[in-house]
Design a protein around this ligand. Structure first.
Ligand code: SF4
Length: 359
């Protein structure tokens, strides 16, 4: 008898080979070549649920671009090397599983595993499994020792790739640290496997309120009835939910697509928080739109929907996360969010807004 939960079986049924994928959809010559070329560096992994959302006959289907590689993924900018994301993050990594880049908050990454592989992911290629118990102890001791940390973002990878028991270990351990006021969990897992939102998961998370779940939707077609039901369960249990996702070329770089997504999310009590522009890593440049277009898209939303359905447009400048306030071809106005000049709105040269790793 199989004692695993339905979501665990759904995770394991993910498609991971070209031959399995070709049984479901017809791949173009370029897609076949890309799947083959990337099978070591960043192999395909697509949940059956998500595969069923794709249009098998449309190579331009936005959801197809989320999970099926193209030859563009093999292209590198001149001077761009393989793994600059992890090299950059390593500068802020005091121990495995922690990235402490900004004052007062940090990322805690119990696992880099994911139920599907997004082609735009900037942590691609490093899908290692969970932290060991010893590494977990060291990471938690780091948070305990620094009383300035008030906000812990449990991310990955995919925190909901963990079992309920493992996730509860992390949430309750962080919640027990007196100086931590805010616990956030970022997740795209239920978009790939909606059965992951179970009553027991919701009950466990609700016990540790206040807790923030930050979803990362890209398109309204990802909001299926089963997933909507799960999100309603979370809302009914008093879990605060936000949306934070990229604006990606060919997937959602259109105000109408985003308006529909944000309005449907807001109706489910998931408030749009960040729209992220200009953050990429090797092999994801083809998803980039230019800054002017990103600003136009968000400005168009301002005119078309409720204020709380319009997210902040966020990017990276001077190595820090910034809020974009305006754009002209050579100059952007940004609001600096973190050190050293937090709170200041300032014009900067657009060429310092560049692809950079972040989460
Ligand atoms: S870490 Fe997030 S963006 Fe990257 S593959 Fe996993 S779910 Fe996708």
């Amino acid at each position: 008898m199989d004692h695993r939960d339905e979501w665990q079986r759904d995770y394991e049924r993910a498609v991971t080979t070209k031959s399995e994928l070709e049984r479901v959809i017809e791949l173009s010559t370029g897609e076949k070549e890309a799947v083959e070329s990337l099978k070591t560096e960043y192999p395909i992994k697509i949940s059956r649920h998500y595969l069923n959302l794709l249009d098998p006959n449309d190579p331009d289907d936005p959801l197809r671009k989320v999970v099926i590689p193209t030859l563009d993924e093999l292209v590198r900018r001149p001077g761009q090397h393989g793994d600059d994301v992890h090299a950059d993050e390593a500068r802020f990594q005091p121990c495995p599983g922690i990235i402490h880049r900004y004052p007062g908050k940090l990322l805690l990454m119990p696992t880099l595993g994911c139920p599907s592989h997004c082609r735009f992911c900037f942590r691609k290629g490093h899908k290692v499994q969970h932290l060991s118990q010893n590494e977990a102890d060291v990471a938690l001791d780091y948070i305990k020792a620094d009383e300035s940390i008030r906000d812990v973002i449990i991310t990955g990878g995919e925190p909901l790739f963990l079992s309920d028991e493992e996730l509860e270990f992390w949430v309750s351990s962080v919640r027990a640290i007196e100086h931590v006021q805010i616990v956030r969990i970022t997740s795209r897992a239920p978009i790939y496997v909606p059965s992951r939102i179970t009553q027991s998961l919701v009950d466990m998370l609700a016990e540790h309120r206040p807790i923030y779940i930050i979803f990362s939707f890209l398109h309204a077609r990802e909001l299926t009835p089963e997933l909507e039901k799960g999100i309603r369960m979370m809302g009914d249990a008093g879990i605060v939910m936000l949306q934070q996702g990229g604006i990606l070329k060919g997937i959602n770089d259109d105000p109408e697509i985003l308006r529909e997504l944000y309005e449907r999310l807001a109706a489910l009590q998931v408030l749009p928080y960040y729209a992220i522009w200009g953050i990429s890593s090797p092999g994801t440049e083809h998803f980039m739109i230019d800054g002017q277009r990103a600003n136009e898209i968000v400005a168009a939303l301002e005119n078309k929907t409720s204020g709380f359905c319009v997210p902040h447009l966020i990017t990276i400048a001077r190595g820090d996360k910034v809020r974009m306030m305006g754009w002209s071809p050579d100059k952007a106005t940004v609001h600096l969010k973190n050190r050293p000049h937090a709170g200041v709105s300032t014009p900067i040269n657009t060429n310092i807004l560049q692809s950079a790793p972040h989460k």
